[in-house]
Design a protein around this ligand. Structure first.
Ligand SMILES: [Ca+2]
Ligand SMILES: [Ca+2]
Ligand SMILES: [Ca+2]
Ligand SMILES: [Ca+2]
Length: 278
């Protein structure tokens, strides 16, 4: 019996050794099949366009994606970006400064929106401010003329009972809600509201959504009725009375502020990303 056991043990050992040898052989074969990375195989380092890179007075760009739109009226897109010192910088595509303004010291970590808000032929720039790195600095939304002059400021609510207007991380979206040729501004705030503003910064509609908003809105006519919808993600926490769980919600508003049938949709994760539309 012991001999039989030893024999089977010997057989299993031999089979195991063969399997390991095959696997090692395969690995060697795979390793040797992959060509070594050579200098020739690496992508060449891109050459910056003349005029770039641009020094932004030593300040950091964190989270503020570059926005493009014509500001100096030459028909060519210019560049707008915000930085962590609260400045908004505008440059031409050749790196020439157009303007740089500092409406506050609250960091800007969102993407500006550029568009002709009032239909007068020149673009305006809409910027939101707020940072988790600077929670004691007040959040705000600013609208600038194409010259960099401040048109108006919107102050969000305070969500932390500390009387400090909450930050805005949502990048604003521009949309003509009523078809009159004047663009409105929609965004969400850490103040737990989704805001619809007029282009003079006056509130048009504000919706308390019970939790913070990080996501940026997307605009699309989802039902093909010629009127735009606003799609945005919000944060949620467990509140059975309101049908929410810990996670997030996708909300779709009609232009008049009513909720689109079929929404909100509850999901089990916070929505930090921005919905896309195409
Ligand atoms: Ca231009
Ligand atoms: Ca304009
Ligand atoms: Ca309008
Ligand atoms: Ca619609």
């Amino acid at each position: 019996m012991q001999q039989l056991h030893n024999h089977r043990l010997y057989q299993r050992t031999i089979i195991t050794i063969i399997c390991i040898a095959v696997l090692v052989g395969s690995s060697v074969a795979i390793l040797t099949a992959v060509p070594p990375i050579t200098a020739q195989a690496q992508a060449p380092t891109p050459t910056p366009k003349p005029g770039f890179p641009l020094p932004l007075l030593g300040n950091i760009v964190r989270g503020s994606s570059v926005a493009l739109g014509d500001l100096n009226g030459d028909g060519i897109a210019d560049i707008v970006v915000g930085s962590t010192d609260g400045r908004v910088h505008a440059y031409t595509g050749t790196g020439q400064p157009i303007w740089s303004v500092q409406p506050s010291t609250t960091p800007i970590e969102s993407k500006a929106a550029i568009g002709d808000l009032d239909g007068n032929g020149t673009n305006e720039v809409v910027v939101t401010a707020g940072s988790t790195f600077a929670p004691t600095l007040p959040g705000a939304l600013f609208i600038f003329e194409h010259t960099g002059a401040l048109r108006c400021k919107f102050t969000p609510f305070s969500f932390n009972n500390n009387d400090i207007p909450s930050g805005i991380y949502s990048s604003p979206a521009l949309v003509d809600l009523d078809g009159d040729g004047q663009l409105q501004i929609v965004f969400g705030g850490y103040d737990a509201h989704v805001h619809f503003l007029n282009n003079d910064c006056t509130p048009r509609l504000s919706f308390f959504v019970r939790d913070t908003v990080w996501s940026s809105p997307a605009i699309a006519d989802l039902d093909g009725d010629g009127s735009p919808e606003i799609i945005i993600g919000i944060d949620t926490h467990l509140e059975p009375a309101f049908g929410t769980t810990n996670g997030g919600r996708i909300l779709v508003y009609r232009a008049d502020g009513t909720i689109m049938p079929g929404f909100p949709v509850q999901i089990d994760e916070v929505i930090y990303s921005s919905p896309g539309d195409w």
